[in-house]
Ligand binder design. Structure first.
Ligand code: 5RP
Length: 224
């Protein structure tokens, strides 16, 4: 079974945790797409669901499917958030932000009672870091941050799209760094990165995840 089907299998398992009356955080990406589609169907079948979107792309899709998208301020607290990941390890630590939505994704995860990560089997890793870690930076500071990260041996590369600087929904930049060979503990690395002024957020999600659902062939493996 291919990755696309595994994404769908994981997404369909995850939406079983969504009940009528809940406010749901909607993740971003190709795996989250199947979850949003399924929630759209649940709404069409009469379930009362409010949602907070983690990106403009997700908001557009959810609205098109008839899901009632509200602001985070209106929601205050989310019952459950379902999102994808670029990598997930056995301790439920994640690299996210391949799709550039890491900032809102981390905010939504922080404000959610239950956080479910859905992924195809290729995303499940023993050690994080084959995927480059996305860092969101304020454009005013991006070039100097790149110099600083280079000095830390993290091989920073500013993300581009169509030959121009990639911009997030907040109009910030993304710098992708290589953490594979670093011997700094992930919690320490996260702290060090967050002390550099102009780094708004990192794609390291170390403590927010409660449940991981991996599509594996035809089956969904639920890890608690
Ligand atoms: C977006 C993300 C996505 O969850 C991550 O990139 C995985 O995406 P996909 O499901 O398309 O593989 O963090 O910022």
């Amino acid at each position: 079974m291919n990755a696309v089907n595994e994404k769908k299998v994981a997404a369909l398992e995850a939406v079983k945790y969504v009940k009528s009356g809940m406010t749901v955080g909607l993740g971003t990406g190709s795996t989250a797409f199947f979850m949003i589609e399924a929630i759209g169907e649940m709404v069409q079948n009469g379930m009362d669901i409010k949602a907070v979107a983690t990106s403009n792309e997700t908001e557009k899709l959810a609205t098109k499917l008839g899901i009632n998208v509200i602001t985070l301020a209106e929601a205050k607290r989310l019952d459950v958030t379902i999102d994808g990941a670029d990598e997930v390890d056995e301790d439920f630590q994640l690299i996210k932000g391949g799709g550039g939505a890491l900032l809102r994704e981390k905010i939504v995860a922080h404000n959610s009672v239950l956080n479910i990560i859905i992924a195809d089997s290729s995303k499940s890793v023993a050690k994080l870091g084959k995927f480059k870690l996305p860092i969101e930076t304020i454009p005013f500071a991006t070039q100097l941050i790149i110099e600083e990260l280079r000095g830390m041996g993290l091989s920073p590369v500013q993300r581009k799209k169509d030959d121009a600087d990639y911009k997030t929904d907040e109009n910030n930049d993304i710098v992708d760094i290589d953490i594979w060979d670093t011997d700094i503990k992930l919690t320490d690395l996260e702290q060090q990165l967050k002390t550099i002024p102009g780094i708004v957020e990192t794609g390291l999600f170390l403590t927010t995840t409660n449940l991981v659902i991996i599509g594996n062939g035809e089956k969904a493996i639920v890890k608690k």
